[in-house]
Design a protein around this ligand. Structure first.
Ligand code: ADP
Length: 192
């Protein structure tokens, strides 16, 4: 049986990568590694966190039609390598994509059966606390990410592709909710 494609979106700092890792462990799914033109942070590794590419390399992938989806976000390209994802799905493995709204729209067109989920923060203060707590960005970047978050949530609502909205209040609760969603979608026990 074909694997399921699971899309996790949400504003920066909401907990996408944390939730994605836990979810992958729980359901035995593969996390798709995105390609990006942004700079790696000191802790990030090429081929583990992202494929870090130059703009030229990335634009070649676009031109060659190698990307399942891509988008430009905060001045950098982000995209998903189509072949890798398709191989996993054909082998019956579920694949999780951690991508933003624009990319999710493309995925929805190509994979109408994808499970498309938006993660929300419990509230503004908690989102700021998480952006600050992971100690990755300077204060100006944190502010910019926070300002962007509101617009992103509005954009996600307007996109009309997110069937599931999950508040990432407590990590285990949020992951539990998503496990149940995936189970429900897989057993066909769902109303569109
Ligand atoms: P994103 O991938 O959406 O940018 P991260 O996964 O990097 O977000 O999470 C941002 C910060 O919030 C991290 O420090 C992470 O440990 C923390 N975090 C994630 N989920 C929760 C949660 N449910 N409760 C508390 N803190 C969380």
């Amino acid at each position: 049986m074909q694997g399921k494609l699971i899309v996790i979106s949400g504003p920066s700092g909401v907990g996408k990568s944390t939730v994605t890792k836990k979810l992958a462990e729980r359901i035995g799914a593969v996390i798709s590694i995105s390609a990006t033109t942004r700079e790696p942070s000191p802790k990030e590794k090429h081929g583990r966190d992202y494929y870090f590419l130059t703009r030229e390399e990335f634009e070649k992938l676009i031109a060659d039609g190698k990307l399942l989806e891509y988008a430009e976000y905060m001045g950098n390209y982000y995209g998903t390598l189509a072949d890798t994802v398709k191989e996993h799905l054909s082998a019956g493995r579920d694949v999780i994509l951690e991508i933003e709204v624009q990319g999710a729209k493309e995925v929805e067109k190509k994979f109408p059966d994808a499970i498309i989920i938006y993660l929300l923060p419990p509230d503004d203060n908690e989102l700021i606390a998480r952006l600050t707590g992971r100690a990755r960005d300077d204060e100006a970047t944190i502010r910019r990410r926070f300002e962007n978050a509101k617009a992103e949530v509005a954009q996600a609502k307007a996109a009309g592709i997110y069937k599931y909205w999950v508040v990432n209040d407590n990590l285990d609760n949020a992951v539990d909710k998503i496990v149940r969603i995936v189970h429900k979608e897989k057993t066909g026990d769902n109303e569109k």
